[in-house]
Structures are given as C-alpha cells and as structure tokens.
Write a protein that binds this ligand. Structure first.
Ligand SMILES: Cc1cc2nc3c(=O)[nH]c(=O)nc-3n(C[C@H](O)[C@H](O)[C@H](O)COP(=O)(O)O)c2cc1C
Length: 337
C-alpha cells in the first residue's frame, strides 16, 4: 500500500557521534525516508554540491545522510548561457539550466570517487519528455547493475521541476498527469524514487498525491521559486537564461509550508524538506513541519562545510530538546491548534 511509513526502529542511545558538546546521551539521528534508512537526516541538495565528490575536500561525505548529485539527463546537456547566478535580497537566483555530463559519463567519471568516499548517493535525474526520464532511469539502472559501486546509489530523485516539451514547456510538476508519468518512468532505474516538486503551483498537494500514487516513496520539497533579476543600468535581465530560480533564506517559509501541507495530507509519506536551511535551527523547523530529512543547498555555495554545520547544529538542537531521536519530532508542529 502506498504512503505507508515503515516502522521506526527504537532509538539507539549508544549510536551517537561526537557533536562537540557535553551530552550524556546522544539523540538518535537515524531516519527513514520511504523504505530507506539513513544514519542521519542531513543531505546535500541537487545542483549545489557538484556532480561528484567535490565537497569531500571540506566535508567527510560518509558522515552525511546522503549526497544528492546534480540532476543528470540521459545525455550530456550544455545548460544555459552565462551569467547563471545572481545574488538577490534574501538569497540568489540561478539559471544554470541543468548542465550535466549525462548519466553514462557520470557513472564512469564521478560515481567511483563517491563510492570511495563512502557516501550514500541519491541520483537526481531529469528529462524534457517522459521518454527522456525513462531513458535516464533505464540507463542508470543498466549501468549500475553488477558494479561494485552499485550499492552506493540508494535512490533516484526525479527532478520534475523542469520544462516538459510535450506540454508547451510547462513544468512536469505543475501537472498531476505529467508528474505521475515522469515518476513512473523514473522507476525504470529499479531504485526507490523520490519526487522533487516545484513550489510554483497552487496544486502542490494534488501533484504530490499524483507522485505518490505513481510509486514515489518520498517527496522532496521544494525546488526553486521562479524569479527574475533586472540590470537597471543596462535595462535588461541579468541572467543569461533570462528568468531564474530563487533559493536561500527567502525560500525557507515557502518550503516549510509545502512540507507542512504535504505532511498533513500524507501522514505516512517520506518527506525531505529543502529550502533556505543553513543551520540546525532551520533543519529542526523543517522536521517539526513534517520532514523526515532535509537537504542543504544555497548555504553550501556560501560555505562548503554547510551540510556538516547543519548536522552538528541539529544534533545540538535535539540534545537541547532532550528527545530520544528525530522520530519524536517529525511533524510535531502538526499537532498545534
Ligand atoms: C545553483 C543551483 C543549482 C541547482 N540545480 C538543481 C538541479 O540540478 N536539480 C534540482 O533538482 N535542483 C537544483 N537546484 C535546487 C536545489 O536543489 C534546492 O531545491 C533549492 O536551491 C532550494 O534549497 P536552498 O534554499 O537550500 O538552496 C539548484 C539550486 C541552485 C542554487
């Protein structure tokens, strides 16, 4: 049956790692996202931590819950013209445009280093048609089969927050049908599928339901908000891709709302919260809203140690609250009047 949350294991108070604080018993940070158990709930966010093990110079990748890599299509994709990034009040805009080496080159060139680092990897995939989603997923599944690094990849995140050429370039995630089709296609990889949804729709909960009905084990909430930066002196848009995606602190409240609403609608779904998290308090808010796990994006561009900082901060928050583990807090804010 869909939307069933596997039972949580009893908190293991002996399993903590050092937080740098004087704690008598370490809270259990392990969490379940769909059928997957992660040692802790803090991950990188797709597109903000390189394609492979680049972040390993700053963070021990094995200590993160998972590393989510930049979205990959079946074939190499050049992305958008520069400039691609622009700081704005409360965050930044990007129009990177999903530049990537393609699934095949990524498995050959990037996956071995991630495996050597001991990372658990979530592979984000995208396509501009349902067929391209299926192609990316099928080729990922085929390329991983039989490789020693196979077990490194623990899930696929279907980035459905991208234009659908078969629907006048409307985002997949703005349509229940297109989302369901893309998620079904992503299942061709033979791995658990998470659906990365867009906050740019009033139908977020309906789209989330369609993703879960199509077999997604978890919802990743949210991708960037559509935005625009204008260069007044030159009287033109700043970014080469013209429009961009807003991320960072300005997105945090939007992401919290998305997580809150989806947790309320789908009490048993896996939910990963992402948007404007830069410290343990932000991660805690996301968990209280209903997230089983969180991803750190823009903060990593400012400080590559950000995911580790968030993890250490969350550990301190849990100890301060004197809870046995994350499971005691997921969705706790739902109970408020
Ligand atoms: C430079 C940049 C590139 C991104 N690339 C991707 C991507 O390839 N795939 C994806 O699903 N999301 C991508 N995102 C969205 C992030 O994964 C995340 O959902 C969003 O930035 C919100 O989180 P944050 O506020 O912590 O950055 C990108 C974001 C940024 C800033």
């Amino acid at each position: 049956m869909r939307r069933r949350r596997p039972p949580r294991s009893r908190p293991d108070l002996s399993s903590g790692t050092s937080s740098g604080t004087e704690l008598s018993a370490q809270p259990d940070l392990s969490t379940r996202v769909g059928t997957l158990t992660l040692p802790n709930p803090v991950m990188t966010a797709a597109g903000t931590a390189g394609h492979g093990a680049e972040l390993g110079r700053y963070v021990d990748l094995a200590t993160l819950g998972a590393v989510v890599v930049k979205s990959l299509s079946a074939r190499p994709w050049p992305g958008n013209p520069s400039p691609r990034l622009c700081p704005v009040p409360g965050g930044m805009l990007n129009s990177v445009g999903l530049q990537g080496p393609g699934v095949g080159a990524w498995v050959r060139d990037e996956l071995p280093a991630l495996a050597a680092a001991g990372a658990r990897v979530v592979v984000s995939i995208w396509g501009s048609t349902v067929g391209e989603f299926a192609e990316a997923a099928t080729s990922l599944g085929a390329l991983l089969g039989g490789r020693p690094a196979e077990r490194t990849v623990v899930a696929v995140e279907a980035n459905v927050s991208c234009p659908n050429l078969e629907d006048r370039s409307r985002m997949f995630a703005h349509s229940t049908t297109a989302t369901a089709e893309a998620v079904a296609a992503a299942r061709e990889a033979g791995l658990p599928v998470w659906a990365k949804l867009s906050p740019n729709t009033a139908d977020l909960v309906e789209v989330a339901g369609a993703a879960l009905d199509a077999g997604a084990e978890a919802l990743t909430l949210v991708n960037t908000l559509l935005g625009l930066a204008i260069d007044a002196a030159r009287r033109r848009p700043v970014l080469g891709g013209v429009g961009g995606g807003l991320s960072g602190p300005a997105l945090h409240a939007v992401a919290l709302r998305a997580v809150f609403d989806c947790r309320r609608a789908f009490p048993r779904a896996g939910i990963v919260g992402v948007g404007g998290i830069s410290d343990g308090a932000g991660a805690l808010r996301m968990v209280l809203a209903g997230a089983d796990a969180v991803q750190v994006g823009t903060a990593t561009l400012a400080d590559p140690r950000a995911p580790a900082i968030v993890l250490a901060g969350l550990r301190v928050e849990l100890a301060r609250l004197e809870v046995a583990g994350i499971g005691d807090l997921v969705g706790a804010a739902q109970a408020a009047p």
